[in-house]
Structure formats: C-alpha cells, structure tokens
Design a protein around this ligand. Structure first.
Ligand SMILES: Nc1nc2c(ncn2[C@@H]2O[C@H](COP(=O)(O)OP(=O)(O)OP(=O)(O)O)[C@@H](O)[C@H]2O)c(=O)[nH]1
Ligand SMILES: [Mg+2]
Length: 1033
C-alpha cells in the first residue's frame, strides 16, 4: 500500500471558508462484531479518500484493519480514523471494533464524533453489542442513523421472499427504535429524579405533582424512520446501498406522483392500487396487495439478484434490466465466469453504496456546529461557577465554553482539544516530510520516543475550538483539574505540539494547523498524557468529562520475562503498553508480580503480542488467568438460621489491642443490592469526590441538574428506597434505617472507593450502658466523622462534638481518641482489601466500628512493648472486621459474564452441555424469527469462561458463536465450610472423608494456593491403602 503521506495528496482543500465547520461531519461506525463495519468503510474510502484504495479492492481488503492479527482473525481491534472528501464536505470517519473486548475503543471513537452510523446485520438482527454501542452513542449524545446490512444474505442465503424480508427488516428497525426509546425513558426518569431531589420537599407536598418542563412528551418520533431518510439498506460486500429517496424519485415520474408523498408511502403499510392509481391503507388493500416497499423496492432488487445469479441462463434478461436502468457496465465485466461477481457489478453500479451512505451522513448527521450545543452538557458537565468567583475569570471561563459550544474555529478563539486515546506507531512509519514538504528530523522530541523501541505516541484527538498549530504551547488538563483552583499544579502540565497529522487510516498527512471541528493526531504529548485528557491554550478552561466505558478490565495474568535479566525491558514494555492501550491496566501485585488486566481473552492475547513484539521485545512467560473474586457475608441467611435460637440481629465481634487499652466492637451488615450497584458503578466519580477537596463549591451553592454529585446523591437515595421497598416486612422505625445510615458514612473501602462502607458509631452509643466489659468510666469512644456523607451532601457539615473543646482543653485521652480515627479507617481499608476467606477484597458490606480507648494505668503514652498504639488499633480493627465477616456465613462472590450464544437447533444440546459444565445459568432461550437459529442467554462465572468460545466451536462444528459481556458480581451461596452433619446430609454427600469438595471451597483453595496462603488439605486420603502399597515395594 502506497504511503499516502509520501504522495502528499491533500484531502482537505486549502484554507476553508469562514464557517468551514458547517461542511464537516465527524462520524463513527458502530455495530455488533462482524456486522460489516470495516467492509462498509472500505467502499467509502474507495470513493472518497483520494485514491488510497482501488474500487475493485473495496470490501475485500478491509483497509482499516491494518494490523496483521486483525486481518488474520477478521476482527477489528482498534478504532481508526480516515478523512474523506465528498463533494464540498469533509467527513472524518472512525471505524470502531464490534468485539466486546475492545469496547473501550468504541468509547474513544464516539467521544470524538457527532454522529453514529449504526449497522445491523439484517440476517442476524440486534445482538448484545448492538445494545451496548447504541448506549455508548446515546451517552455521548451522538445523532444516529441506521444501516441494515447484508441484504444479499436475505436473498441468496436465507432465500426469503421480498415480503418476508420486509417483515424482518421492519421488526429490526422496530427493535432498534425500542432500544432508543428505553434510553429515552431512562433519561426521563433520571430527569424526574433530579428535579424532584432539587425541589424542596414542602413544594412537592404542596403542589402535588411536579410537572418538569424540560421533559419532552411521549410522542417523540422514532429515532430511525426510512421515510425520514435516516435508514439505509445495504449489502456492504456487494457495494450496494439505497435509501427510500432513490426509489421515490425513480417512481415519481413513472407513477405520476409527487416524490415527497411517495417517499412517505414507500415505507410502512401503504399499498398501491393499480386500478385506481391511488395509494391506499391496509384496510383498502384487504390483504390483496403488497406493501409499496415490497412492490417497488424489494421486488426489483430480488429480480436483479436472482437473474444475475442464473449466470448464462439469465444473461439476456440481465442485459435488458441493465439497459432499462441505463447502467454503464462494460460487456467484459458481464462475461465474468462467476455469476456472483456479475451480480455484484450490476447492483454496485445500480445502487452505489458510497453515494447512498455519504449523502445520508450529510443529510441526517449534524455538523459540529449543530451538534455541540446538544453535546455540551455531557462533555462539560461541571461548569458551575460560584458567585464568589472573580468577574474576569468568570467571563474567561464562559467565553471558552461558548467557543466550544459554537465550534469557533477562528484563530483568536482559545484552542481546546480532547484526546481520547494514545496510539503507539513505529517511528519509521511517520512521514519524513513536514506540511510544506520540508524534511523533518523524526528524532526530535526524544521525550516521545523510546529510542530503543522506536515507538512514538500520537494523541488521537479532536479540536473543539480555535486553531491548534504546530509549535504551540498547550496545557494538558486531567479530568480532576479545577480552573477555579489553578494552583493545584498536579492536574495540569504544559506541553508543546510537535507535529500534527491528518489521519488517513494507514497513513498520516502532516498539517501545520488544524481548526475546530477536525480530528487529528498530535505528536508531542507522549510524556504528558497517559490515556486521555483535555488540551487547552489557556489554563482557565474546564476539563472535559471522563469517557464512560462499557466494562472494566477483568481478565488478569501475571507475566515475567523468560530470562530474568530482561526484567528492565519488561518494565519498560509494560509502561509503553499501558500508554498505548486505552483500556489495559498494568500493576504490580502484592507479591511483586507484574500483572496485566484486559477486557477478555482476545484483548489479552493482543496485549501480550504487542508486548512481545513491539514494546518489550523479549520472550515472556504468562500465568494462567488470575480471576478476581470478592468476599461477602450471607447475613440474611445467618439471621434466618440464628433467629430460631437467639435474636442474632445486633451481634458484634469484640477484640482488644494487645496492650489492653482499646476494645474494638464491629457489627457487620449487608449493603442492599441496589446500593452496591450504585457504589460499584460510580467508582471514578466517587474517587473524584473522595480525593477532590476543591469540589466543595459544587456541593454547596445551587446545584444544577447536570451536576454529577447531586445525581449520585439522588441515585444513592433512590437505591435505598428501592431496597427498602423490596423488604416490606421491616418495621416503620427500621424502614428508614438505610437512609439514616447513609448519613453516617465515614469512608468507603477498599482503597477509599470500593463497595464497602464504614459507618461512624450510632450517635446514641458509647454511653456507660453500652460499654464493653473492662472499659472503665473514663473510657472514650472514637467517634469519627461522616466525611463522605458530608461530601455527598447527605448530611450537613456539622462541627463534630469533640471539637467543641479546643485542642488545648482536650484531655490527653480525648486527643488520643481523635488521633486514632485514622487508625480505625486504615484498619477498615486493610480488612476490606483482603477478606478472611482468601484475601480477596470484600464486597457489599457495611461495618459499624466502635473503638473504646481507656487511659493507661501508669499514665504513660505512646508505644509500649507491643509497638505503637495506633498500629495496634489498626491491626485490631482489621482483625475484628475480618472476624465479624467470618462469624456471619462468609461467602465467595464471583464475577459473572452475560453470555449470548446463537446456534442452530441441532446443536442446541451440545450448547447446553458446554454451558452446564461451566456452571452457567440459562435465563432465556428463543428462536430467531424466520431462521432455524436459537439464541440462548445465560450468566456464566468468569472463572469458568476460559476457552469457552473454543470449546463451543469444537463441540458444535463451528456453528455456534458466543459473545461474553461483563455483567455483575454474584455471591455463590454455597457454604465453603460445609461438612455433612445430619443423617440426610451424610447420605447425600458422604461422611466427609470421601466427599468431593464443593465449588466454593475449590475456588477459595485455588486462590489461596496461588497466593501462597496455607490450605487445609488432606494429602493422604486413604492411609491404609498407601501403607499396603508401601509394603509391597
Ligand atoms: N454476505 C455478506 N457478508 C458481508 C457483508 N458485509 C460484510 N460481510 C462479511 O462479514 C464479515 C465481517 O465483516 P467486517 O467488515 O470485518 O465486520 P466488522 O463489523 O468490521 O467486524 P468487527 O470490526 O470485527 O466488529 C466479513 O467476512 C465480510 O466479508 C454483506 O453485506 N454481505
Ligand atoms: Mg471491523
């Protein structure tokens, strides 16, 4: 493939006019895996990318899949961008991967786009990843249009009649519209939630129902409607596509009808009555006529395909058709031996794909100017400026925001860009010439390049306002940066733009400057941006919000160099990999191993390959996957069991520090499921809240609807209400208990943001009556402060009781108790980071920790023979928390995949066999309408998923294909310590001597063994047999 940069072919013609942005479209193609995105992109590239791809190769080459492994597997693994010039329009096209392992690439693609071309395979219909990519596009507020692809399969493979095909396509369009409607109503609900939560309760009571103005009515038109022109029908492999417009224009003359009204009637239940020459509805058609779409669109198409496929027999008829349609096809092409190729030639010249899709993009998808006002609340959510802020700063901030919103591409406007991922490219593939044809020294900016690796990092970015030029200095702002507090230097860096390139798929075209609305690759930021970030020429600028990812990296392996002396190369390689992949997580485990976490098996394989061949260039040994587990306690089960004998509700575990001066009481409860979901789903935001002191302004002051903190707060409250709604049995006083507990959140754990909660002691506790034995009257309770509740605005910031005495007045014991607060929190963090079963993090638990300190008998302070007092308290809190879990039916929690398998009926048995063996729980089985295919939905533990795709393919001779998507955490209710006791149990499970270990125990032991923790194992099962053998020897 010729390097287009060498040829210097410009795709963007010179200086564009004042509002050049009106002619720009930034679009991303999204779909489920294998629905034909890259094939479709090929035709667009062949038609509009200045000759980088010959039309004959379009659809075969998959030009944007330029990695070797992408070509081999036939799976796109990264998003890549190419600039297209169509008529006077400039279209930046991003092709994204459909495989769930690379879903983060979809996130970075949609962030830079304003419109999405959603593809659905008309044969296979909507799949899980179709939902996921639609959601990504919806979250980023992209305008979508739809392409129903692989029409040829309906005709040639499924052999549907035009009417059957019409019904199927109608069903698919309906399904996709329903998905969007579901998102809309979700937004409707969250809008209502935030409006209600922002309304003082008295108003709500007073007025009865609140009519939120900003909410649209239910009658919003369907997102996708062929008659509105935003649905195209295509066969990407054949290079053909059409919209209804084409046929409306064609038949308007023939039927003597008006094209506009014909367009409306060409989709849906409209029929043409040839006798009256009128368009009639379903009733008048009385089942005798065919819908107009079938009669005027599909039947001619079917005729062309069917005639074409007849080969020589149909040649004459095909000739007539070609003549009647006035197509220019050389006779040589029609003489091709393969009728499939002939058919392709005819349909592609009759209904050329690129024209249809590109004109749909231009008609239906917005330019940056139209798109941004809609996208701004998502891109810049936290732009609240407190009234105390200096007028000059306020006006600067507002003008930057306005420049972004209007996509101001003038040279005077502040320049703001967003980098959605970093891409590693081998340095020798960079163009050797600059924008004006001058030679450039590629070794400049060594900071970016690792001279040994020869890899260079380019930032994949979009300019949102102003003009970005080579040589300009920019501020790199992290998502935590607060322009009202610019002194906090850690979230801002300065960098220089070394080079700018227009991305042309496999090639790069140097540019000297790029204005607002364009997508660009930037060189010079390798040392400044890890994965994503905002660039701005002024530090007085809000950072863009973080991108949202569909999943989290879940498959982890430990890696080490085969040759231990290569350790340095591995560490360097890992650093590069971490930067080059938006999603991978690189870490060092507690035992010093290098661990990489990927989204799934295919992603992992690609990371290892890149590491071996590009970034580290050494031989590696890779461990089997280390699956993560969580630990929790089955408290409901415990209470149900214990209640029979004692009232076990408020039991606690008590432990004393070695020096006897602090007694720690821990009471553990389960967090309600919906609450855990909210905590699990908002980790990034919670981290910002926990770490960001500067966000106080948002918490106080009036809160806008889009403010993420208030959204989170209302989500938390809604989750508690939901959870308590489920459990109606509780008494009235109890019903609000979780709402009350939310006011007592001291910290989250592990690592300050996990799904476990540390509560401050209940306000009434700590009095003389509730003290543990051995704590005398002078003993003090470490009270703690509900820091997190305060930060979240769940409780007022009150001066805590102990600070009513000034520091000087406080007794030694009081100040000691206050100093011990951090030890209690650290103890909680340590405990939740490693549970009692196999030292995996805890999940979904709430700990109420009461630590009573009493003064020293001899009056001395500080360390004693057991070490510093604070460490003793920390260790005791940790032990007590873990013991509390151990006492309440501890259970292992597994990560679950949602799994979708499509298989023909005859292989369904084998599919169930494989699913059953892997402990999958089937939730749905359904026949896909009009086919002999079944779709099975199931949940499967991640630990059982390795090699699943391969095994399934083997057992079903390759006819079943699975997709695994991360779903949720689920406690395995099996008791890992189960030993048969009652007679029936012994009968069922044996007496314990020969019993097969239960699954929970096996999982726990495997983790313990991996971590080098002691495992209780019977190495010798039948001693007597061994003895006999020993004697024989
Ligand atoms: N019959 C038929 N096959 C098609 C059509 N479009 C694409 N294909 C085939 O479908 C397979 C997948 O096509 P790709 O273009 O790689 O699909 P993709 O959506 O880019 O896949 P990922 O990027 O991996 O998600 C290839 O074998 C294509 O040849 C079509 O219109 N008809
Ligand atoms: Mg692809």
């Amino acid at each position: 493939m010729a390097d287009i940069s060498e040829e210097g072919k410009g795709v963007v013609g010179g200086e564009m006019g004042k509002r050049e942005q009106e002619n720009i479209r930034n679009i991303c193609i999204v779909a489920h895996v294998d629905h034909g995105k890259t094939t479709l992109a090929d035709h667009l590239i062949a038609a509009a990318a200045g000759g980088v791809l010959h039309a004959k190769m379009a659809g075969k080459l998959r030009y944007l899949d330029d990695r070797e492994d992408e070509q081999q597997r036939g799976v796109t693994m990264k998003s890549s961008s190419i600039a297209l010039q169509y008529k006077e329009h400039m279209i930046n096209l991003i092709d994204s991967p459909g495989h769930v392992d690379f879903c983060s690439e979809v996130s970075s693609g949609v962030r830079l786009s304003d419109g999405a071309v959603v593809l659905v395979d008309a044969c296979e219909g909507v799949h899980i990843q179709t939902h996921a990519v639609l959601r990504q596009a919806w979250l980023e507020r992209l305008t979508p249009c739809l392409v129903l692809n692989k029409l040829d399969r309906l005709i040639l493979e499924l052999k549907l009649t035009p009417l059957e095909a019409y019904n199927r396509m109608k069903a698919i369009i309906g399904e996709v519209n329903n998905i969007i409607n579901a998102f809309r109503s979700e937004k409707y609900l969250s809008d209502v939630d935030s409006i209600l939560s922002a309304t003082p309760s008295s108003e709500v009571d007073g007025e009865g129902d609140v009519a939120p103005e900003s909410i649209d009515d239910d009658d919003e038109p369907d997102a996708f409607a062929p008659e509105r022109g935003n649905v195209a029908f295509a066969s990407a492999i054949d290079g053909c596509a059409f919209r209804i417009d084409h046929f409306a224009d064609l038949f308007a003359a023939k039927l003597g009808a008006n094209a506009a009204s014909l367009k409306k009637a060409l989709w849906g239940d409209y029929y043409y009555n040839p006798k009256t020459k009128k368009i009639v509805g379903k009733k008048a058609a009385a089942g005798k006529l065919k819908p107009m779409f079938v009669q005027f669109v599909l039947e001619p198409l079917w005729q062309v395909y069917e005639t074409g496929m007849q080969g020589k027999d149909g040649a004459e008829k095909l000739g007539k058709i070609i003549k009647s349609m006035d197509l220019k096809i050389s006779p040589r092409e029609l003489q091709h031996k393969d009728p499939r190729v002939v058919t392709q030639t005819v349909v592609a010249s009759w209904l050329p794909l690129a024209d249809t899709i590109l004109s749909m993009v231009i008609d239906c998808l917005p330019s940056p100017i139209t798109a941004l006002p809609e996208r701004i609340p998502r891109l810049l959510p936290s732009t609240f400026i407190p009234s105390t802020v200096d007028e000059e700063i306020r006006s600067k901030l507002e003008s930057v925001k306005a420049a972004i919103e209007t996509c101001d591409g003038s040279i005077e406007a502040p320049c703001v860009a967003f980098v959605s991922k970093m891409v590693a490219v081998p340095i020798e593939t960079l163009p050797r010439r600059g924008p004006n044809g001058e030679m450039v020294n590629l070794d400049m900016g060594i900071g970016d390049t690792d001279s040994a690796q020869r890899e260079c990092f380019l930032a994949f970015a979009r300019v949102f306002s102003g003009v970005l030029s080579v040589g300009s200095k920019v501020y790199v702002l992290s998502a935590l940066y607060d322009p009202l507090n610019p002194e906090q230097g850690k979230n801002v860096l300065e960098a220089r733009v070394e080079a700018l390139y227009m991305m042309m798929g496999r090639g790069l075209e140097p540019k000297s400057d790029v204005s607002a609305g364009n997508i660009v690759a930037i060189r010079g930021l390798g040392q400044h941006i890890l994965k994503s970030g905002t660039l701005s020429t002024t530090p007085i600028c809000w950072p863009f919000s973080r991108m949202s990812f569909q999943a989290a990296p879940i498959v982890r392996v430990a890696i080490e160099p085969s040759d231990p002396t290569d350790m340095g190369a591995l560490a360097r390689g890992l650093r590069l990999l971490n930067r080059a992949d938006p999603f991978v997580e690189v870490s060092v485990s507690g035992s010093g191993e290098h661990v990489i976490a990927a989204a799934g098996e295919v992603h992992l394989e690609r990371c290892i390959k890149d590491l071996k061949e590009r970034f580290a260039r050494i031989e590696l040994s890779v461990s089997p996957p280390l699956v993560e587990f969580r630990e929790t306690a089955d408290i409901e089960g415990y209470i149900a069991e214990v209640d029979k004998t004692t009232a076990g509700q408020n039991e606690f575990v008590e432990k004393t520090t070695p020096n006897g001066r602090c007694v720690v009481r821990v009471h553990v409860t389960r967090l309600p499921g919906p609450l855990v979901e909210v905590l699990d789903g908002n980790v990034e935001l919670l981290r910002d809240i926990v770490e960001g002191e500067g966000k106080k302004g948002i918490l106080q002051g009036n809160i806008s609807n889009e403010d993420p903190v208030s959204m989170l707060r209302s989500n938390l409250l809604a989750a508690t209400t939901k959870a308590e709604g489920e459990n109606k049995k509780r008494s009235d006083g109890d019903r609000n208990s979780w709402t009350h507990k939310l006011e007592r959140i001291w910290a989250l754990g592990p690592h300050r943001v996990g799904p476990n909660v540390l509560l401050i002691p209940e306000p009434g506790n700590g009095g003389a009556t509730s003290r543990p034995e051995g704590v005398d009257d002078s003993g003090l309770l470490v009270r703690g402060t509900a820091h997190l509740s305060q930060k979240l605005g769940l409780t007022d910031v009150v001066e805590d009781a102990s600070s009513s005495t000034t520091v000087e007045e406080a007794t030694d014991l009081e100040s000691e108790a206050r100093n011990l607060e951090s030890s209690v929190v650290s103890g909680f963090q340590l405990a939740t980071a490693s549970g009692p079963l196999c030292e995996e993090p805890m999940w979904g638990l709430a700990f109420s920790v009461e630590a009573f300190v009493s003064s020293k008998k001899d009056g001395a302070t500080g360390a004693d023979q057991y070490g510093p007092f604070s460490s003793q308290v920390m260790a005791t809190v940790k032990d007590a928390c873990r013991a509390a879990v151990l006492a309440k039916r501890p259970r292992i929690v597994e990560a679950q995949y949602f799994c979708e398998v499509v298989a023909p009926a005859e292989h369904l048995g084998s599919v169930y066999g494989v699913l059953g063996k892997r402990r999958a729980r089937v939730v749905k089985e359904e026949m896909r309408e009009g086919t002999a295919l079944f779709i099975v939905h199931a949940y499967m533990p991640v630990s059982e998923s390795f090699g699943f795709a391969d095994e399934l393919r083997r057992k079903t001779s390759g006819s079943a294909s699975p997709q695994l998507v991360q779903s949720h955490w689920e406690a395995l209710l099996e008791d890992p310590f189960f030993v048969p006791r009652t007679e029936e149990e012994i009968e069922e499970f044996g007496d314990g001597s020969s019993v097969v270990q239960n699954t929970a125990r096996k999982l726990i032991d495997a983790v313990r063994r991996r971590k080098g923790l002691p495992v209780e194992e019977k190495l010798v099962q039948f001693g007597s047999k061994q003895r006999t053998r020993a004697r024989k020897v």
